[in-house]
Design a protein around this ligand. Structure first.
Ligand SMILES: Cc1ncc(COP(=O)(O)O)c(C=O)c1O
Length: 387
């Protein structure tokens, strides 16, 4: 059988290897602490589930050829209340999850062999976006010494002139970093000057800690002229499997995306659209309570790991912590494997997010404090941090 170079360019390796090892260890009776994937352990609201159940009928099982007006209206209200962003209907559409949207959106701006700009390290669907668009990737570094914030101004004219689009996402998976409005405004000015599009991924806007402020990039002056944003319900509302996300911003871009999407999809299943309305109707206090739980876990792990001698940095947002691995390891894969074998703690090697992630592993804060307490204890007992 002959397969395309395209499909062979996707690596399954890291995930498959660690998952197989996890299954082997489990069979041998080892207790596993799975902090690998960013699926919240919190539950969606009953009102969300009820709305889906109550709307499953033969009429709603037909192709959902359009987004429901009541959903788009509800979403527009949400963005006004939550982020003070004014949207009109032609600026919003649904996608079946940001991951799906991300994999296709690059095709709107880049032809094969054009250039795009992605963060290193960054969420894996960002590099998939470039691959689907068959375009070349230039990366911008997110470095701990710069608080994991981008400095696109340092990339030079040659790079900024040739890129068609840049992907930006804060609070950032995997680094846990945030961006200031001032830094973002500088990027918008660069986008105007050099004529590139900004795709902002706002997945973790409701999981932000301390006195850091989350915002929509579309609330900044000039943003709607140069870009669009994804807003997923997955993490804020614990609906990961439902695949509900929105794409919003510049109407010309949204219009083109609707054309592209109509080629491969007939829209979001209607019962999910009704579910999305109810998710957005959830009282703000529910979201705040959840944010506080993540913050509590972050503090607990940060204090615990530092107390056993693992000097880690403090995430400013997201459901992740990005931990620097001990110097004695050659890279994140070696460390993640050793950690799994010796402690049963399964984390994501930073290399999957890009070359600059290789001195880190990502821990997802998806287990209650009691489990995190055990995690700290087994790591301490294993001596893995010692020379
Ligand atoms: C930065 C970022 N964007 C988007 C997603 C996924 O969003 P969705 O569930 O809507 O595909 C994730 C999930 O890990 C993510 O980390």
């Amino acid at each position: 059988m002959k397969f395309s170079k395209f499909i062979d360019s996707f690596e399954e390796g890291v995930f498959a290897n660690l998952t197989n090892k996890k299954i082997d260890l489990e069979k041998k009776g080892k207790k596993i602490y799975d902090l690998f994937v960013g699926t919240p352990d919190f539950k969606p609201e009953e009102s969300f589930l009820d709305a889906i159940k109550n709307n499953v009928n033969s009429e709603n099982t037909k192709y959902s050829l359009r987004d429901l007006d009541i959903l788009i209206d509800r979403f527009i209200k949400h963005y006004k209340e939550r982020f003070d962003v004014n949207l009109t209907k032609d600026m919003v559409m649904t996608v079946n999850g940001t991951q799906e949207g991300m994999c296709h959106v690059g095709m709107l701006f880049a032809d094969p062999n054009d250039y795009c700009l992605l963060p290193d390290p960054g969420y894996v669907a960002f590099s998939a976006c470039a691959k689907f668009a068959r375009c070349n990737v230039i990366t911008y570094p997110l470095l701990e010494e710069n608080d994991f914030m981008p400095r696109l101004d340092l990339l030079g004219e040659e790079v900024l002139k040739k890129i068609k689009f840049v992907i930006i996402s804060y609070p950032s998976n995997p680094t846990g970093g945030v961006i200031t409005k001032e830094r973002y405004k500088e990027i918008i000015l660069l986008a105007k000057k050099y004529d590139f599009i900004i795709i902002n991924d706002n997945a973790y806007s409701d999981i932000i800690f301390d006195d850091n402020e989350s915002f929509s990039f579309l609330s900044l002056d000039g943003a709607k002229e140069v870009g669009c944003e994804f807003y997923s319900l997955s993490k804020s509302y614990n609906t990961t499997g439902a695949r509900i996300s929105f794409f919003l911003g510049n109407p010309k871009v949204v219009k083109r995306f609707k054309v592209l999407r109509s080629q491969y999809d007939f829209g979001m299943f209607y019962p999910l659209q009704y579910g999305a309305i109810e998710a957005l109707n959830v009282d703000k206090s529910v979201i705040e309570e959840q944010r506080l739980k993540y913050e509590e876990r972050r503090d607990f792990l940060y204090n615990g790991l530092n107390s056993i001698g693992w000097k880690v940095n403090k995430s400013k947002g997201t459901m992740f912590m990005f931990l620097r691995i001990p110097d004695k390891y050659s890279g994140s894969l070696e460390f993640a494997n050793d950690l799994l074998e010796k402690t049963g703690v399964l984390v994501t090697p930073g290399i999957v997010f890009g070359k600059l992630g290789d001195r880190y592993v990502r821990i997802a804060l998806v287990k209650p404090k009691e489990v995190l307490e055990e995690v700290i204890r087994v790591i301490d007992k294993s001596n893995i941090l010692k020379e």
